[in-house]
Design a binder for this molecule. Structure first.
Ligand code: G1P
Ligand code: ZN
Length: 543
């Protein structure tokens, strides 16, 4: 038994500004690559001696190898205890929940979220701090700097203990506790929602199809929906986390979850369809023949939040990422509470949640959450919808239509141009930014521009600032076009174009989304010269 110091090359692995490291599996399989990141992370964490670390991942290919390595390195670093999910499994929201419940020092999540998995797919690692939320930028930047300079890492030469069965083990002086990945999370859901009402809904014959996309959401959804709430067996499909996600792309949107969309469009469609992503922090909600836009989902849950026991006393505020539609702002206004607009990425919600300024938060990218943890939470959103439906009655579609009738409809779509040439994408953004000063007051496609800027954010809690968070073109009627480059893609660059148009008149709320948005789509293409810069005439994904 010994702790060995292994000489290593520095790897500049992590992109600055991202919350973790996400790369092809083949990159992670390079000798010392993961070790480099983990050592750099540990080097940047103060006072870890004797502390508790939470560890788990979404079960994708390389998850097991990474768990073993990290356990051996945690032992070499002097942590006191690691809580590791059985079989190496913990969803992202479950890691957040376990960190908070056990007052852990922090936690490591092994996931590349919704990116494809398997030997040719992606792998990832991210660190969450003691409040259960993603590491703040100053920590991720320090880790990034450290990865470029370290010369060795420390690891136990003992093998990692078995983590396939519950139990406790010693590795050097480290206590390794193998925990049930679902138990703490399920307890939190039981405290949050009206489980009796949801169970009654199931007993009344309400039918749900929950597609876990062969990813980590499966065990959670099965235990809670089928186990605790009495939904019939088979309600959760693709429920076993597979190393390659069974070749599904576990990114729940109508394009990747086409099987769910097909079931929800069939003559005998269930009442409610839902899906979660690779690490179960994202959610998609679908009624019969009726996909719900994530921006609408956030607004609707906010409007009905008081039916949920945890939110019975009302919301302190709502937060949404800048590109997310302004539907939630209208609900916040009606409720007389604040609506915060933050840069893209869940980490920007942390301070608002910690300070009690916001209770619910969400992003257009199928992420919804609240102050119950510090991550977005797929199954939580699904249970929230079921709780609302159980109390309010009606269907998904009738609830959404009633919402639009009250608040107006924010037609919304995101157009992604994936894996385009990075240089072309940067030029496109630079040209857009150069045009900003003269856009306000001009008309695009006959639509007068009220405001055009590059979104900058000052955190109202700690005063930290983030600039260049996306180019916004806001029209006089409140319609918007937003352009930004993805920070999570692993191939070339991905241009995201976000389109939003407000319609107050219920008689005009039933136009197909892409038709309602057509003038904005044309304006966006012309303004950013998308074809010239990317060579693409059409987006690769429209959601
Ligand atoms: C994407 C989403 C963003 C989300 C992030 C992590 O980031 O757009 O809302 O927070 O994944 O799940 P992007 O690739 O756009 O930088
Ligand atoms: Zn995810």
């Amino acid at each position: 038994m010994a702790i060995v110091s292994v000489p290593t090359q520095p790897y500049a692995g992590q992109q600055p500004g991202t919350s973790g490291l996400r790369k092809k599996v083949t990159v992670f399989q390079q000798p010392d690559y993961l070790e480099n990141f983990v050592q750099s992370l540990f080097d940047c964490l103060p006072n870890t001696a004797g502390q508790t670390l939470v560890l788990g991942g979404d079960g994708r290919f390389h998850n097991r190898v990474a768990v073993q390595t990290i356990l051996r390195m945690a032992a070499a670093h002097g942590f006191g205890r690691v809580l590791v999910g059985q079989r190496g499994i913990l969803s992202t929201p479950a890691v957040s929940c376990v960190i908070r419940k056990h007052h852990a020092y922090g936690g490591i999540v092994l996931s590349a979220s919704h990116n494809p998995g398997g030997p040719d797919g992606d792998f990832g690692i991210k660190y969450n701090v003691g409040n259960g939320g993603p590491a703040p930028e100053k920590l991720t930047e320090a880790v990034f700097a450290r990865t470029k300079e370290i010369k060795s890492y420390r690891i136990s030469d003992q093998g990692a203990p078995d983590f396939d069965r519950p139990g406790t083990h010693h590795l050097e002086a480290l206590l390794v506790e193998v925990i049930d990945p679902v138990a703490d999370y399920a307890a939190l859901m039981r405290e949050t929602f009206d489980f009796d009402a949801i169970a009654r809904l199931f007993r009344s014959g309400f039918r749900v199809r929950c597609d876990a996309m062969n990813a980590v959401g499966g065990p959670y959804a099965k235990a809670i929906l089928e186990g605790e709430l009495g939904a019939p067996a088979g309600t959760v499909v693709n429920a076993e986390p597979l190393e390659d996600f069974g070749h599904l792309h576990p990114d729940p949107n109508p394009v990747n979850a086409e099987d769910l969309i097909a079931h929800m469009s069939a003559a005998d469609a269930p009442d409610f369809g839902c899906a979660t992503d690779g690490d179960a922090d994202r959610n998609m909600i679908v009624g019969r023949n009726f996909p719900v836009a994530p921006s609408d989902s956030l607004a609707l849950l906010a409007a009905h939040a008081t039916v949920v026991p945890r939110y019975a006393k009302g919301l302190a505020g709502i937060a949404r990422s800048m590109p997310t539609s302004t539907a939630a702002d209208r609900v916040a206004k009606a409720l007389g509470i604040a609506c915060y607009e933050t840069p893209t990425g869940w980490k920007f919600f942390g301070n608002l949640l910690d300070a009690g300024r916001a209770t619910l938060c969400g992003e257009e990218s199928y992420g919804t959450g609240s102050d119950h943890v510090r991550e977005k939470d797929g199954l939580w959103a699904i249970l929230f919808w079921l709780n609302v439906l159980a109390v309010r009655g009606g269907s998904v579609e009738s609830l959404v239509r009633a919402h639009w009738a009250t608040y107006g409809r924010n037609y919304y779509s995101r157009h992604d141009y994936e894996a385009v040439d990075s240089a072309g994408a940067s030029t496109l953004m630079a040209e857009l930014r150069a045009q900003l000063p003269r856009l306000a007051g001009q008309s695009l496609n006959g639509m007068p521009v009220a405001q055009a800027d590059d979104f900058a954010y000052t955190d109202p809690v700690d005063g930290s600032t983030s600039s260049k968070q996306g180019v916004r073109v806001i029209f006089a009627d409140g319609s918007r076009i937003v352009f930004r480059l993805s920070g999570t893609g692993t191939e070339g660059a991905t241009l995201r174009v976000y389109l939003e148009k407000y319609e107050a008149d219920p008689a005009r709320q039933d136009v197909p989304t892409q038709v309602a948005l057509a003038p904005l789509i044309d304006a966006a293409r012309a303004l950013a010269r998308i074809e010239q810069h990317t060579g693409r005439t059409e987006p690769s994904v429209v959601t």
